[in-house]
Design a protein around this ligand. Structure first.
Ligand SMILES: O=C(O)CCC(=O)C(=O)O
Length: 353
């Protein structure tokens, strides 16, 4: 029988999803109610929470949070707007299509590691205008401005997106503080890197796939930025590579929760104390799925390198410094089209041991 999906979507044999799903022993579930209750001065509860977050970052690089303080209606509103947007005819969605020039808006041919993803997306930045380098080349000094590309339909899309981004950003900064504390750093140690942030939100829509055993919604990858805060609907499909044994583990949807993962930037800042972990999205033949990651990213000018306070004579820096903006630009270019080469990764900046 012929194949029902285009060959550009087909994963190499070793990267295809397995039929059986591993759900047992999933990612840690962390209750943040201490932060939002009148007991927030309870030092013991707070230090317990910091220890839990530190252990989750170290052992998994991923965790799920409940009682996080982000109002549920923000997620409901953006989900509803996203479903209406993705249901529009392709030509309507293409009115806000992303281009190589401006990588924001609608896009349906994204590639991860040079294989096409079974999804369509809509991207917008947290700042209405965001600066990034015009080129990833080290000698290029020119900057360009990314402007959000808002559709006319549905009319509530823009407001729902902006309100959601502001709500989730607060949670992202709280988590960043807890992560800093878990590394024995002051709570606000990382905050300065985000003035002029390049953070963005992505609406991911995964339509049903006739051959889910051959393609992936998003191919295996690590997130390049600092932290990702992800909302998903009740369908499920996200899989995380368990550090303990390299097994792909499905993340069970929990109502009104967020999935948090450490990105490459925290891996470098922490000099590998916390590692960014590979994940991927499996699709299915019956149901569409929606997910909404918020990628908390530094400002374009930030030079990323291990934090000095975390280094010791027997633990020297494992990475040479690199510029975040150029790294991001290079990643965006490679996701836009199929290239013959691997895209930039933090291990390219690793110091030889
Ligand atoms: O859909 C998901 O659960 C994860 C999406 C993801 O990893 C991404 O958009 O980079």
């Amino acid at each position: 029988m012929g194949c029902m999906v285009d060959s550009t979507f087909i994963q190499a044999l070793e990267h295809r999803p397995k039929v059986s799903i591993v759900e047992a022993g999933g990612i840690p579930l962390i209750d943040l109610s201490t932060l939002n209750s009148s007991n927030s001065n309870d030092a013991e509860a707070l230090s317990g929470l910091i220890a839990e977050i530190g252990a989750a970052c170290k052992d998994w690089g991923f965790f799920q949070v409940i009682n996080h303080g982000v109002p549920l209606q923000l997620q409901e509103r953006i989900e509803s707007a996203a479903r209406k947007f993705f249901a529009l005819p392709l030509e309507e969605k293409c009115k806000v299509r992303r281009s190589e020039e401006n990588p924001l808006g609608y896009y349906d041919t994204e590639h991860t590691k040079n294989v096409r993803d079974w999804k369509e997306v809509f991207d917008f930045t947290w700042e209405e205008s965001t600066f990034i380098p015009a080129s990833h080349e080290p000698q290029g000094q020119e900057l360009k401005i990314l402007n959000n590309h808002w559709p006319h339909h549905p009319p509530e899309m823009r407001e729902a997106c902006i309100e959601y981004a502001h709500g989730v950003e607060k949670l992202a900064y709280k988590l960043l503080e807890l992560i800093s504390l878990s590394l024995n750093l002051p709570a606000d140690r990382l905050k300065g890197f985000f003035k002029g942030q390049t953070s963005f939100v992505r609406l991911n829509h995964y339509p049903p796939c006739p051959e889910p055993q051959l393609a992936l919604g998003v191919g295996r990858h690590k997130d390049a930025g600092a932290l990702t805060v992800l909302a998903q609907d009740d369908v499920g499909g996200l899989e995380v590579k368990r550090k303990a044994d390299g097994e792909w583990v499905r993340v069970k949807p929990i109502p009104n929760s967020y999935i948090i993962n450490v990105g490459d930037t925290i891996q470098v800042w922490s000099n590998d104390k916390y590692e960014s972990v590979e994940h991927r999205v499996v699709v299915n033949s019956q149901k569409e799925r929606l997910s909404i990651p918020f990628f908390l990213n530094p400002a374009y000018s930030v030079m990323v390198k291990p934090l000095e306070e975390l280094l010791q004579e027997h633990d020297p820096p494992k990475y040479k410094e690199y510029n975040w903006g150029r790294f991001l630009k290079s990643r965006k270019d490679s996701n836009f089209k199929k290239l013959g080469v691997e895209n930039v990764q933090i291990y390219h900046f690793r110091v030889a041991e």
